[in-house]
Every structure is written in C-alpha cells, then in structure tokens.
Design a binder for this molecule. Structure first.
Ligand code: NAD
Ligand code: UGA
Length: 460
C-alpha cells in the first residue's frame, strides 16, 4: 500500500450505495485509500471488471479513474476491518419477511452481523458510519454491540444517510443538495463528526454539509423518502380524479408546481413508484410510529403506500376495460421493466406487478427494456405464462394488440410509432404509464391512447 495514504476507509456492502459512494470518495480524495468489501464474490468480481454490477450513467469512468490506485474491491471483510480507520456500513436493510413486524419493520440481520464482525476483527479504534437506511435509534444498538466486549477499543458511531437516486447517482454524489452527518454531542462524537466533514469537504461546499444529533439524522432519511413518495402518491391520487373530470394531470401539476411553496419536482403522475426504498422506508416509519402508539400518524403515512398499490391496480383495470374486458391470448408489449429510467434495477418495479396481473388474465407478454432484461428474467422466473424478452422495441411490439409504457426511458418517446403501429394488431392500444409519449400524434397515427390522468384518445 502507498504509505502516504492519509486515511484508510472501508465500506462494507458493495451495492447500489456502497459502490458508487465509495467510488466518488476515492475519485475526489486521492489521499485516502478506499476499500469496498462484500460477502458476494460475484459482485466483487464485477466491480473489478469492465462490466460493473450496476448500470449508472458516468459510474464506469469514475471507477476507472480510481480503481487500483486508491479504490479497491475485495471479499476479505476481516482484513478490511482490521486495516481501516473509518468504516461505512452500507449493507441491505430490507423489509422483514418473518416474525414480529413481518412486512413492515426493517430486517436488521445483515446490519447486526456486520456490527458483530467489526467488534470481532478490530484491533484499533474506529469510526463507524451508518450509511444504510435504518430505523431511528439503531445507532444505540450499534453502540451497545460494539461496547459489549469491553476490550478497551473505542468505536464512535455516526449516521450519514445517503440521498442519491438511482439513474442519477453520480450526479447526486458529485453535487449533493446536502450531506447530513449525525453524531453524539460528546467530545469524541464531535471529533469523529469533524473527520467525516473533512472527507466530504474535499468536494462538497461546507454550507451544504449539515450536522445534527444522531437521531435526527437517522429519522431525516426515513422522512425524506416518505415526503418524496407522498408527493407522487398525491399527484397519482389526483390523476384518478382527472380521468373522471377531463382535467389534465400534467396541467394541474404545472399549475400547482409554479407555486414556489409547492415546487415543481416529483409531480409526475405515473403507474406508481417503485424502487427498493420508498415502500420499505415508509413501512419502516409506519412500524416505528405504531410502536410508539402513534396510530393516526402511522395511518397517515401508510396511506402513501396504499395509494401506490391502488394506482398500479387501476392501471390494469383501465387496460382490461379499454380492451373489451378480455386480455386472454392477447399479446401485450411492456416497454420498460426497470423501476425508473437510466437504471437496470427492477426492485419493487411496478412493471412486475403489471406483468403478473396481465399473466393472470392469460395475456401473452413481450418485455422490452434497454438495461433491465436480465433482472426481469430473474423476477419472473417461476411465474407461469407466455413471456418473451426482446430488447429491440420495434421487434417487441410487432404483432401485439397493445403497448404499455412502464418506464420513462427517453428512447420510448422518440420511437417511430408509425412503423410500430403498422406492425401491430388492430385496433392498436397504447397505455402510457409515464406520460412520455406524444399522445395526440399517436392518436392521429391510429392508436387508441390511454395516458395517466388525462382524457383517453379513442377512435370508438
Ligand atoms: P444492495 O442490496 O444493492 O447492497 C447491499 C450489499 O451488502 C449486498 O451486495 C450484500 O451482499 C452486502 N452485504 C450484506 N451483508 C453483508 C456483510 N455482512 N458483509 C459484507 N457485505 C454484506 O443494497 P443498496 O441498494 O446498496 O442499499 C444499501 C442501503 O442503503 C439500504 O439500507 C438502503 O435503504 C440504503 N439506500 C439505498 C439507496 C439506493 O438507491 N439503492 C439510496 C439511499 C440509501
Ligand atoms: C429515492 C430518493 O429519490 C433518493 O433520494 C433516496 O436516496 C433513494 O430513494 C433511496 O433511499 O433509495 P430512487 O428510488 O432511486 O431514489 O429514485 P426516484 O427518482 O426517487 O424514483 C422513485 C420512483 O418514483 C421511481 O419508480 C420513479 O419512476 C417514481 N417517480 C418519481 C414518479 O412516479 N413520479 C415522479 O415525479 C418522480
């Protein structure tokens, strides 16, 4: 190792957060040695290859700039712990599927195993940084585990939640709205906090690095996701009313978004939000509220998830109704399977729900996506029905009765829909779950067009 490295940073968990976050730190701070470890050897091999395990615009260039110089990926977690001064913990914290709190609470098993491993392998004091999204008060449990051995080694736990969004991870990491660091207010807590502030100061303006007590920091992460998801559920709820009243949800969003107090972002009505975190983090918040006896508060936030489920269901019912109440043996092309554009991630994607429901109706599916077909195959493995996977959208739509646009990939807005229309069964239907297609133009071509939250454009 280059002996001149100022600090040795380890990240446990080489996923969507750990990989890109550490790549950015290494890229911006050549004076630090950054190591990312994971128990999954395939993931580590991919991080060390030309084909990174996740697709993010600009990520490869950043990884390439630092890999082998001050950025390393490997599977030796113990060695990584022993050698590091600062450890980011970025393991997965999915919704619990068993026991008390199943379907609601965060499953902290991966996180706790990490805490125990840090305790077992450490020979020197360390700063432990919670990067994973965790229930408020988790740092207390972390501290208790780390101090349980009474071995004289001091561990200082910080909370530093990650706010990046997939598809824009590199941009978000390079220019974050803010970096949040929570610490205990003791001298050692504040000293550790300052060390973390110093790392981010290498590229983030000081006034955008905010500090707080550790519980506010943990809670702010859950609340940020809950507020973002709440905006989507709010506009999606209104999209239903728009469809009944001939109002246009895009016009409504534009009109309300120009009020600076409301703001214009995150007001795109859609087939529903997906992704690994919104639903999980809201349910986690709901579970916490119920735990503290806050029934009304819990019910309020739970309704954000309920509206999202309703929006996906509504989409299917609209398809069924528009297509003469039968989808059996009809070939339907799904344009997009990723939970959002510019990612191959399909976790909690609305497309999976839509696919399963269409298959229950005995429809035949052709799934198309520029980056997510590998994950789509995995997600639908074991689901019975007639499914094919075709990346080329023209080939995918050929011979279909309907198209459902489920991911807002820019390329879907620019397809030659005349060519597609010619190759489809008639009457041809298009259900735009993202409102990205030029609806009037498609109607004029001959499609029956069903946007979200706007009057349908039908030829009968
Ligand atoms: P992920 O599943 O992509 O990655 C987690 C990684 O941790 C996996 O590769 C897994 O093998 C590894 N891991 C689990 N236990 C381990 C152990 N004991 N030792 C070493 N490695 C271990 O998850 P993610 O999407 O990166 O999310 C991680 C955390 O960050 C979650 O708490 C999530 O809520 C939060 N988060 C995610 C995003 C996002 O965009 N995905 C954004 C902000 C915050
Ligand atoms: C979200 C947050 O935006 C991040 O700040 C957070 O760090 C992250 O969750 C996390 O904790 O995992 P992400 O899920 O990657 O990021 O992507 P978003 O851009 O938030 O989109 C989430 C879902 O909402 C997608 O399905 C997207 O298509 C949908 N969406 C988004 C809408 O339907 N309408 C909108 O106006 C915006």
């Amino acid at each position: 190792m280059n002996p001149s490295f100022k600090k040795k940073i380890l990240c446990i968990g080489a996923g969507y957060v750990g990989g890109p976050t550490m790549a950015m730190i290494a890229h911006k701070c050549p004076q630090y040695k950054v190591t990312v470890v994971d128990i999954n050897p395939d993931r580590i091999n991919e991080w060390n290859s030309e084909n990174l395990p996740i697709y993010e615009p600009g990520l490869y260039e950043i990884v390439q700039s630092a890999r082998g110089k001050n950025l390393f990926f490997h599977t030796d977690v113990e060695k990584g712990i022993r050698e590091s001064d600062i450890i980011f913990v970025s393991v997965n914290t999915p919704t619990k599927t068993f026991g008390v709190g199943a379907g609601m609470a965060a499953d902290l098993q991966y996180w706790e195993k990490t805490a125990r491993q840090i305790l077992e392998c450490s020979r020197s004091p360390k700063i432990i940084v919670e990067k994973s999204t965790l229930p408020v008060k988790t740092a207390l449990a972390m501290e208790r585990i780390l101090s349980s051995a009474n071995n004289g080694i001091h561990f200082e736990v910080l909370s530093n939640p990650e706010f990046l969004a997939e598809g824009t991870a590199v941009k978000d990491l390079e220019n974050p709205d803010r970096v949040l660091i929570g610490s205990s207010q003791t001298p050692s807590g504040l000293k550790a906090r300052d060390e973390l502030v110093e790392i981010y100061s290498n590229w983030v303006p000081k006034d955008q690095i905010i500090t707080s007590n550790i519980w506010s920091s943990e809670l702010s992460k859950l609340v940020a996701n809950a507020f973002l998801a709440q905006r989507i559920s709010s506009i999606n709820a209104i999209s239903d009313l728009c469809e009944k009243t001939d109002a246009d949800v895009s016009e409504v969003a534009h009109a309300i978004g120009m009020d600076a107090r409301i703001g214009n972002r995150f007001l795109n009505a859609s087939v529903g939000f997906g992704g690994s975190c919104f639903k999980k983090d809201i349910l986690n918040l709901v579970y916490l509220c119920r735990n503290y006896g806050l029934t009304e508060v819990a019910d309020y936030w739970e309704s954000v998830v309920r509206i999202n489920e309703y929006q996906k269901k509504r989409f299917i019912l609209n398809m069924l109704k528009a297509m003469f109440n039968t989808l059996a043996d009809k070939k339907i092309c799904l344009l997009g399977f990723a939970f959002k554009a510019d990612t191959g991630d399909t976790r909690e994607t609305p497309a999976l729900y839509i696919a399963e429901k269409l298959l229950e109706e005995n429809a035949k599916l052709v799934i198309s996506d520029p980056k997510a077909l590998k994950n789509a195959r995995k997600d639908l493995k074991g689901v019975s029905g007639d499914i094919s996977y075709i990346e080329d959208p023209y080939e995918a739509a050929g011979g279909c009765h309907a198209i459902a646009v489920l991911t807002e990939w820019a390329l879907y807005a620019e397809l030659d829909y005349q060519r597609i229309y010619t190759s489809m069964e008639k009457p041809a239907f298009l259900f735009d779950g993202r409102n990205i297609i030029p609806h009037q133009k498609l109607y004029e071509i001959g499609f029956n067009v069903y946007p979200i939250g706007k009057p349908a454009l039908k030829h009968f």
